[in-house]
Design a protein around this ligand. Structure first.
Ligand code: G3P
Length: 224
């Protein structure tokens, strides 16, 4: 399972890219709206791509097929490597079909059920994003639904890639990997939290303290 960062924040992307653990970034209008509005949208997306060097999903905001296709065409004009994020609505499926005919990769977003996921795949989606946290929020079991979808993908031999999205905690990452998701797209704070373990911190503290003690003892022994 590959890890993507779910953010539009350049500092977060720069910091995590340097760790060598992410292969892409997913953005959405809500994430973009959290950032400095004085930075031009195109510049931000191109900078994200420069920093991460891999997959970048860019979401459209039209709700009709023609508008979505037009937006996608405009995006790939200035950013040919873009994956176009399309909402899971009937008009979105029609847009995915059209974009797939033109060889433009799509990521169908806001998917909450296996039937929606199957439809997105059939329309020609390259990626299908399942929203775990938002399912949990309404007392549905997001991981159980992801498990179903991964099983269906195996049985059917579907080749579109499953993204576990709306990840809220490190357990979601583990369960998404166990289910067989191809990608988990993770917010910065959850990803950083998932790297930490108090035993690692305590272990390092002890190693450094013991090394200091060794140096002091050694210096003392050389004075004798
Ligand atoms: O990329 C979209 C998705 O990950 C959103 O997550 O936390 O807003 O449900 P969240």
């Amino acid at each position: 399972m590959e890890l993507y960062l779910d953010t539009a924040n350049l500092q977060e992307i720069k910091e995590v890219s340097e760790l060598g653990i992410i292969r892409g970034v997913t953005t959405n209008p809500t994430l973009l709206a959290k950032e400095d509005p004085s930075v031009d949208f195109k510049q931000r997306i191109l900078e994200i791509h420069r920093l991460v060097g891999g997959h970048v999903s860019v979401e459209v905001v039209s709700t009709d097929k023609e508008g979505m296709v037009r937006e996608a065409e405009e995006i790939v004009e200035w950013f040919p490597e873009a994956t176009i994020k399309i909402p899971m609505i009937p008009q979105g499926l029609a847009a995915v079909k059209e974009l797939s005919k033109r060889g433009i990769p799509t990521n169908v977003t806001l998917v909450f059920s296996a039937t929606q996921a199957i439809a997105a795949h059939q329309a020609g989606a390259s990626y299908v994003s399942i929203f775990l946290g938002r399912l949990d929020d309404i007392a549905y079991d997001g991981i159980a639904i992801l498990n179903d979808i991964c099983e269906i993908w195996d049985v059917q031999g579907y080749d579109s890639l499953i993204i576990a999205a709306s990840i809220r905690n490190p357990l979601h990452i583990i369960e998404a990997a166990r289910a067989g998701a191809d990608i988990a797209t993770i917010p910065y704070n959850v990803l950083m939290q998932s790297l930490k373990n108090p035993l690692t911190d305590r272990g390092l503290e002890n190693f450094l303290r013991d090394y200091d003690r060794y140096l002091t003892e050694r210096q003392k022994s050389m004075l004798i």
